[in-house]
Design a protein around this ligand. Sequence first.
Ligand code: ADP
Ligand code: MG
Length: 373
Amino acid sequence: MSRGDIRLEGLVKRYGDVLAVDGIDLHVPPGEFFTMLGPSGCGKTTTLRMIAGFERPDEGEILLDGSDMSNTPPHKRDVNTVFQSYALFTHMTVEENVAFGLRYRKVSKSEVASRVKKVMEMVQIGELGQRRPSELSGGQQQRVALARALVLEAPVLLLDEPLGALDARLRLDLQVELKRIQEQLEVSFIYVTHDQDEALTMSDRVAVMKGGRIEQCDAPQKLYEEPDTAFVANFLGSANLLSVTARASGAGCELSLGNFTLKSDSAPEQAGVGTAMIRPEYVKLEPQGSDAENRIPGMVEEVVYMGFHQDVRVRLANGDLIRADVPSDGEGEEYEQGNAVSVYLRAANLRVLDDEPSGEPEPADGQPADQQS
Ligand code: ADP
Ligand code: MG
């Protein structure tokens, strides 16, 4: 087996009454950029700390390259961690910081020097070796923290919101760079973030977490295009959610939305009352009067100008409010309040979610279908 294979099986961690991690199973193969994405408090850091060995699981196993790690102390595990707070040694130079972890290993002076030099060049701090952390910007300090972890050459790197303290522009630069470094070194990255863009840009696969559990784990595009639940749909981008009744039909299904019938290519786990989802960019507005398949008449209620696109909010004839993301490329229609339109919800883009019906009554007429603020 090549190195850097991580497997979590039935991992549980409690702090008193708080169930921080509630049964996590996952497998990260060697060389994968794997991200745990979720809101604050969903158990990301706790999971990472258990992999690193700083916390003991109450239940479950952590396997590194097939071996159970339960009795292996943190410094003996073949993983390194980069935290959000850089925790650099302020009295040491950059070079000394990067070399620090090699001090206690049986590595010759010349090898230390060459490894430190190589890794500093890789993260583009080659010129900064003699400075102290206080003489560096936030982005530079995080590069030092990264170099300090990478120089140890573990096959697994754990990163806990490493770009969280940096401003937006710098984060974008470092995202691209982290991905490049990870590909170059073929190290497994387990990356924690609450930022959906960060997760989508860098990762081979993303686990979306909620309440100590993995809600869905897939490649970024699949998560975005085919979310299983309303939580995932809303956490990654924006989503129109519609209360429907589904019944199987051919390879897909047929949905009742009020008195209207829509076709969907998705095959729901079960028929009955449920939620259908369509992304605003897939909602197409057509001139009033089209009665072709999957069209619903509606009235434009509000248009929000967003620069290169418009957010057009349309009240459907069944009472639901739906958002259409319309490009403002100068070629398409311009919409304004009161326009009568026909709303096309394409079967291929209309997805029935797996959420259990909540048991609450369906929204009354006139209530927005979109629950996002
Ligand atoms: P995340 O990193 O996703 O924001 P955490 O893993 O830090 O979430 O926390 C998960 C849950 O466990 C939260 O409810 C948090 O308050 C709780 N928690 C984390 N660490 C401790 C601790 N040392 N003592 C008590 N509760 C904790
Ligand atoms: Mg955290």
